[in-house]
Write a protein that binds this ligand. Structure first.
Ligand code: SF4
Length: 426
């Protein structure tokens, strides 16, 4: 176990960032399959991995396993290099059988993992080979969900980055179009689509699409808004296709969502009156919903362990709109470019930390005695036992939290554990 820590003042950031490299407590990128398989309805995720990977996927997604799940694990046993030809043949056989049994699949992801027997396999070549064999009915793509250098939300980034080259090129003279990037619940997408329509922005697509056959065209006329802060590779791939990102806050809360829509409105030259008319009803609803939680959350201190990369926008939302006091905002990786607007609005006295050395961070957390801790499942139970109130960060990725109409529910996710603890104390 290597443990090192350094305080670094970043060139591009006015505030110091504590960088730590040590033991980490995070899930791997395979976890993203749990929400991605529900989003892209004609896709199948075949994890090429070990029994551990199969167990992780089963337990993370277990509650959602129904008759025909759209994910599975092809288990690769330990084998030497001489056995790799067999492994490729075996994989081809598994894919053939799967596609024969499930003719509704249009897009197959081969998802790599970290066991050594899988790393030896060249999954991008396997995907090309299988795509050739099964096209045009099925496209086969690959990405890695390996836990070696990632945190669990990077699985979505890797998946969407793999999908970008698959999108058609837009016509050079096509009018400006908007792409919303990040897997969002359908209900949130529908709410966003209605507001874009009220703003008069007509050509709007969501990425990933609900069906792989509805892939939006991408090109220099594409402007995109990211809806999740962990999509650095996807953003880079889109920019390589000529698309331009509209810098904005992540659409959490009344302020974050207003800022996000404003970035699009400005790019489309929409006048202030139209913007107000389109935004005001949702913004007012969000503010009313948030006011119901303010008494419970105002002045409460909060400590974020690094897990989902959603920590900076969540901290900004909780501090700005509910008066909470973030003590430490830990994030596994800080994408300074995508989060530049967020970083400007974080409270100056909160410690921003990147990476993790879990023991040192636990020491800081215990010393600070926050009112609530946001952390992964592995830390939550022991911390609860020590008398702390916790919130599972993975729940924030599984729940609809974006946009005006989810703002109250998002605040409620933090208010409820505090209320529960208060009842236990009575
Ligand atoms: S990819 Fe690696 S970290 Fe994830 S379940 Fe498989 S073995 Fe574990």
């Amino acid at each position: 176990m290597t443990q090192s820590a350094s305080i670094a003042s970043c060139d591009d950031l006015a505030r110091p960032v504590l960088r730590e490299r040590g033991q980490r407590e995070v899930f791997c990128g395979l976890t993203g399959i749990v929400w991605l398989h529900r989003k892209i309805q004609d896709a199948f995720f075949l994890v090429v991995g070990s029994r551990t990977c199969a167990h992780l996927i089963q337990s993370a997604a277990g509650v959602m396993v129904f008759a025909e799940p759209r994910f599975a694990t092809a288990i690769m046993e330990e084998r030497d290099l001489a056995g790799l030809a067999d492994a490729n043949e075996e994989l081809d056989r598994v894919v053939d059988k799967l596609l024969e049994r499930r003719p509704e699949i249009r897009l197959l992801f081969l998802v790599g993992s970290c066991p050594s027997e899988v790393i030896k396999l060249d999954l991008s070549r396997a995907a090309q080979r299988l795509s050739k064999k099964h096209s045009p009915a099925v496209r086969v793509l690959n990405y890695s969900g390996s836990g070696i250098e990632t945190t669990f939300t990077q699985g979505e980034d890797a998946c969407l980055a793999a999908l970008v080259p698959d999108a058609p090129q837009s016509e050079a003279d096509a009018p400006q179009s908007l792409l919303v990037v990040g897997a969002l619940p359908d209900i949130v997408e529908d709410q966003f689509a209605r507001i874009f329509a009220d703003l008069g922005i007509k050509d709007v697509a969501f990425f990933p699409p609900r069906r792989s056959t509805q892939m939006p065209a991408i090109g220099p006329n594409t402007r995109f808004l990211i809806a999740q802060p962990f999509l650095g590779d996807t953003a880079r791939m889109l920019e390589e296709r000529g698309a331009r990102r509209l810098p904005a806050l992540i659409p959490l809360g009344a302020e974050g969502t207003t800022h996000w829509f404003k970035a699009a409105a400005d790019a489309w030259g929409i006048d202030a009156g139209t913007f107000q008319r389109a935004i005001a009803p949702g913004r007012d609803r969000a503010k009313r919903a948030l006011s119901r939680h303010r008494d419970a959350l105002q002045g409460k201190s909060i400590f974020f362990f690094p897990d989902s990369q959603l920590e900076p926008p969540l901290a900004r939302f909780l501090a700005q709109e509910l008066g909470m006091r973030p003590i430490e905002i830990g994030t596994p990786y800080l994408n300074r470019d995508l989060l530049s607007a967020e970083l400007e609005q974080l409270p100056a006295d909160a410690l921003l930390s990147e990476g993790q050395d879990v023991d040192l961070q636990l020491d800081r957390c215990r010393a600070a005695r926050p009112d609530i801790i946001v952390c992964g499942l592995g830390l939550a139970n022991p911390l609860e036992r020590e008398g702390f109130t916790t919130k599972w960060s993975i729940e924030l990725v599984f729940s609809p939290i974006h946009g005006f109409d989810c703002a109250g529910d998002l605040a409620g996710l933090f208010a409820r554990p505090l209320a529960r603890r208060a009842m236990l104390r009575v």
